[in-house]
Write a protein that binds this ligand. Structure first.
Ligand SMILES: C[S@@+](CC[C@H](N)C(=O)[O-])C[C@H]1O[C@@H](n2cnc3c(N)ncnc32)[C@H](O)[C@@H]1O
Length: 252
């Protein structure tokens, strides 16, 4: 069997395979990352249980380490992913929506977008999302985001795999991340899932196309949206994935 990349099914992890999410990603794995988000929020907001908005919350793993300190409202495109976050973070308010267009007619002390920002594929997607962040902040409010990869940090190819199992199910997945066209603003990650349930093995593919922009593009577009941007070191992985947190204070 050969699989052609343009024929692969996309983003199945957040829909028909969303039930596998807790196997793919567990809250414990986010403790170190979340410390940087908490410190960045505290540095900008000072003490207090401030109300923050997370866009693209997914399974709420990163958020699960912030809810002790902050009150939260969370948005995601996928109801199935929100269901995971609801279980993990029951005290949070949840809303289905697109980070590019949602308008809640409310202001928050901070807007955060963890790795979900990587699903912004064009500069116009980033502009729209930064406008959403700005629309939900008062002047002085803070917007923090961290894409998985920048044009400068992506090594060109990254391969990884994991196996998780319990008595009923075994999941092995391979992740092959590469940049099929260095002249465009996206990269591709192909996941192959080997799902063994009740003795039957299924093999399924899942293509994720994500944005790949130079650091300066991020800084320029956040500045254009009215933020004063600081690039904070974010040394949480063995490789240069998520190398920086970008923190913007809203000026107008
Ligand atoms: C990798 S998951 C996020 C995991 C999350 N950081 C955590 O700690 O559990 C990416 C999420 O981005 C969401 N997403 C992708 N595009 C989006 C958009 N335009 N608006 C809102 N959510 C989006 C997906 O539905 C998915 O749940």
């Amino acid at each position: 069997m050969s699989l052609q990349i343009d024929k692969l099914k996309r983003n199945r992890m957040y829909d028909e395979f969303a039930h596998l999410w807790p196997w793919i990603s567990a809250p414990e794995g986010y403790a170190e990352e979340a410390r940087f988000w908490r410190d960045a929020l505290r540095e900008e907001l000072g003490p207090g249980r401030h109300h923050i908005l997370e866009l693209g919350v997914g399974g709420g793993n990163n958020l699960s380490h912030l809810t002790k300190d902050f009150q939260a409202t969370a948005v995601d495109l996928s109801e199935k992913m929100l269901a995971h976050s609801k279980k993990l973070n029951p005290g949070v308010e949840y809303i289905v929506g697109d980070m590019r267009t949602i308008r809640l007619d409310r202001k928050f002390k901070a807007v955060i977008i963890h790795d979900a920002i990587s699903y912004m594929l064009t500069e116009d997607d980033l502009r729209a999302t930064f406008a959403t962040a700005a629309a939900h902040l008062e002047p002085g409010g803070v917007f923090i985001t961290a894409p998985d990869w920048f044009k400068e940090t992506f090594p060109g190819l990254r391969v990884s795999h994991k196996t998780r199992a319990n008595a009923q199910t075994e999941l092995t997945y391979f992740e092959y991340a590469y940049d099929s066209d260095p002249n465009d603003s996206v990269m591709e990650t192909i996941l192959i899932y080997f799902i063994r349930e009740r003795g039957q093995l299924r093999v399924e593919e899942d293509l994720h196309v994500t944005g790949l922009f130079p650091i300066q593009t991020w800084v320029n577009l956040m500045t254009e949206a009215g933020f004063v941007v600081e690039k904070k070191e974010y040394p949480v992985h063995d490789d240069p994935r998520q190398a920086y947190l970008l923190a913007g204070v809203k000026t107008r």
